[in-house]
Design a protein around this ligand. Sequence first.
Ligand code: ADP
Ligand code: X15
Length: 397
Amino acid sequence: MSAFRTLDDADLAGKRVLVRVDLNVPMDGDKVSDTTRIDRILPTIREIADKGGKVVLLAHFGRPKGRDDKNSLRQVVPALTLALGRPVTFVDDCIGEPVAKALAAARNGDVLLLENTRFHAGDEKNDPDFVRALAANGDLYVNDAFSAAHRAHASTEGLAHVLPAYAGRTMQAELEALSAGLDNPTRPVMAIVGGAKVSTKLDLLGNLVKKVDVLAIGGGMANTFLASRGVDVGKSLCEHDLVGTAREIEEKAKAAGCEILLPVDALVAREFKAHPGHRVVPVGEVGADEMILDAGPLSIAEVVLRLEKVRTLVWNGPFGAFELPPFDTATVAVAKAAARHVKAGDLVAVAGGGDTVAAMNHAGVIDDLSYVSTAGGAFLEWMEGKALPGVEALRKR
Ligand SMILES: Nc1ncnc2c1ncn2[C@@H]1O[C@H](COP(=O)(O)OP(=O)(O)O)[C@@H](O)[C@H]1O
Ligand SMILES: O=C(OP(=O)(O)O)[C@H](O)COP(=O)(O)O
């Protein structure tokens, strides 16, 4: 018996179904640059619509402080409509009159997308009044946003306590695939953690080092660790106030017998743009006006060599600013090496995260890894063995 109620258990016909999805998709200007998160929620949307429910999509975008055009979900409507092949009605708010009016005008099977839930501070605060305001426009709640399930927010957690709650098809599929691939991982296990969300992911590395044999660190995360070792990282993305936490993680890793791999060389540039004129330097020789934008060739070789030895790889966060060539070099080289090992049958490789998925697509390995999750932070927390609030709230009580 499933631990969750699923769409199989829901009577959807004629119901207003609040569906939490993750539309925090990578953008190139005002266009969605990778539609994986959109593609993965289509089965849930179609099933609810085809069974006669009114689909009311709830999602966040970015980390806005209040309402702003840059973080409006309106910009996702064309890509969602195209992928779904059905009209999507955009509603300019996620609570109150505008939603009630749009629902009154909607027919069974229609799809509505509500504006960014994070335009209201009550979402991230899981404020009971905001939960009630969201719930006022729904009869049922479906959570299909595994990739946001590590957040105990009103739209990811609070709603499950006030409306009949169900796991969506992607939520089910993610949990099943991750369990099948990683519940009993074959050792040695290597984790790669890179990317830009340093402050929110740094803390969880303290537990991750107890679960893995090697932790290779890239991206802005690596710069913070390099700074904690006294390396001058110039103008690189780096959380200088977290160098103490980075040091503590290194100590925890040592105690747990987990080896930490940091870049020894880097691609640096003065400007954050494609082909800006770059140089390869040892990490100790970054100029005061330069930024580390990718790992260098020696660092890539080191990680690729480890892939010969490890049997399981979990990966969140690119090694560099992969959207801007040539700073995709390390991410593409390591992704291709991982795919070769998966093909040879000597590696289970699972990668996840909004931008990581885009990076794996860019490297052309999306179908060659063992599993690609839409989740980054949530996937790492799941890997740590942490209970995810959005998942826990769905459990049958
Ligand atoms: N050295 C770097 N400097 C600046 N940005 C970087 C660097 N390395 C990686 N990034 C950026 O990190 C972003 C992805 O990080 P993150 O959001 O943490 O990953 P995910 O969405 O997969 O969880 C990418 O947009 C990439 O450009
Ligand atoms: O993109 C997301 O996570 P990810 O970058 O870890 O893949 C999720 O939408 C969560 O976003 P948040 O980290 O702003 O809460």
